[in-house]
Ligand binder design. Structure first.
Ligand SMILES: C[S@@+](CC[C@H](N)C(=O)[O-])C[C@H]1O[C@@H](n2cnc3c(N)ncnc32)[C@H](O)[C@@H]1O
Length: 251
């Protein structure tokens, strides 16, 4: 880390990938992103979630800052790092983090009750390899994640935005996938799952067209064992609904 970098944030900092100025000031055309992949709604917070937010939030929720995150300093070790986009209530996130203690995980979610729910699981399971960023994952990826720094990215059941007029809100678009690909280390994995077939088709076309990424399967992948079946998914599968996994690696 350079000694002359401004250190105005509570987080340990690493060198911004494209220089400090680039991290602070968006490049032309990247400035404002009016179309978001989520709509923030006031959600009901259970008392356990609220308590977890108060008691565990200060330790496990990282503040958003438009400067690259020093994961080794955050976790106190060097370990592969996986970023999850939109963990919802965090059930899969907590299960995966518990099953893979040698990997560190950062989950991004904007929905506060979900943050409370995952904090609760962090407390109940005693997870030390998981942190939360309550912020738009698109901005986190752009400003806080250095190129080549991730061992994996998880995007499980992103909002499908069914209506055509909302398709522009879908996360899986060429520009975001190109950015995701640069954040992966060579050999790192992008794992997406969806239960909405038209979105699965879009994912296959968009991710398949990204030159930095190689598909690990001829098309859709078999669900890797580490991704647990959610209650919702299980119910859907019993009703005959499909689920599509896509697993790509960074070349
Ligand atoms: C349909 S839910 C799926 C949640 C979870 N992955 C699952 O499998 O149950 C999608 C979640 O992504 C979150 N989300 C959408 N766009 C996001 C973004 N740009 N940054 C962070 N979270 C986002 C939403 O708030 C929502 O909780």
């Amino acid at each position: 880390m350079s000694d002359d970098l401004p250190q105005t944030l509570p987080l340990p900092l690493a060198l911004p990938a494209d220089g400090p100025a680039a991290a602070a000031a968006p490049a032309p055309g990247e400035g404002h992103r009016p179309i978001r992949s989520f709509v923030l709604r006031a959600g009901r917070m259970g008392s356990g979630q609220a308590r977890a937010l108060t008691e565990l939030g200060p330790r496990f929720v990282l503040p958003y800052a438009p400067l690259p995150l020093d994961a080794a300093a955050v976790f106190g070790r060097q370990a592969p790092l996986v970023l999850e986009i939109g963990f919802g209530m965090g059930d899969a996130t907590a299960q995966i983090a518990a099953a893979r203690p040698d990997t560190d995980f950062i989950g991004c979610e904007v929905h506060e009750p979900g943050v409370g729910a995952l904090l609760r699981q962090i407390g109940e399971r005693g997870l030390s390899n998981l942190r939360i960023l309550q912020h738009d994952a698109v901005e986190v990826l752009e400003h806080m994640v250095a190129p080549g720094s991730l061992a994996g990215i998880h995007l499980f059941f992103p909002d499908p935005w069914h209506k055509k007029k909302h398709h522009k809100r879908r996360l899986v678009q060429p520009a975001l996938i190109a950015r995701l690909a640069t954040r992966l280390a060579p050999g790192g994995t992008l794992h997406c799952a969806t239960d909405w077939q038209p979105y699965a088709q879009q994912m296959l076309a968009v991710i398949g067209a990204e030159p930095l990424l190689a598909n690990t399967a001829p098309g859709y992948a078999t669900r890797p064992d580490y991704r647990p079946l959610t209650k919702f998914e299980n119910r859907g599968l019993k009703l005959g609904h499909g689920v599509w996994d896509l697993v790509f690696t960074r070349r």
